[in-house]
Design a protein around this ligand. Structure first.
Ligand code: ZN
Length: 74
């Protein structure tokens, strides 16, 4: 299971923890949101070469960051 970004036709962007072969997730509005790959890639600009773990490390760091933010806002 990994955390992916999903964009819904209604315009909402959200994250969901899904299997890597899952490409859609149900939005709160009831529509199927499509998995978004490009934002992750753009955030990895500057990392070149063969770093197969770079993405996973980045996702983990982002999860921690977001968990931290959630704690602060609640
Ligand atoms: Zn929606």
């Amino acid at each position: 299971m990994r955390l992916f970004d999903f964009r819904c036709p209604c315009g909402k962007l959200f994250e969901d923890l899904v299997k890597s072969d899952v490409t859609t997730s149900r939005c709160s509005c009831g529509l199927d949101a499509k998995r978004v790959i490009s934002p992750v890639r753009s955030n990895l600009e500057g990392i070149s070469g063969d770093f197969p773990d770079a993405h996973d490390r980045w996702v983990k760091k982002r999860e921690q960051h977001m968990a931290h933010e959630r704690r602060q806002t609640s």
